[in-house]
Design a protein. Sequence first.
Length: 91
Amino acid sequence: MVLVLLPVTDEEPVLRPAALTALARPGVTHVSLLRDEESAGLVLEGWAFDPARAEEAARAAAGPCDGLRTLQPLMQMAISATQAEEEGEKT
């Protein structure tokens, strides 16, 4: 999983078929789009996605864009509700 941050423009973000094909090459199978007034983000995921190719995937998704940043995960975990409830009872 990689988060691609890019500045917001007046244009609506669009992932064209050529971009989707380019994203599939490094193993991206899922894309999520996030946005607020200042920034936009793409979450790129795929079981075969190699984070070393994050820059290539980011350029495929965003095209030529100044201010493009890629963030790679430092940690990822799953939390179960049961585990959280047990921890709450101990305190």
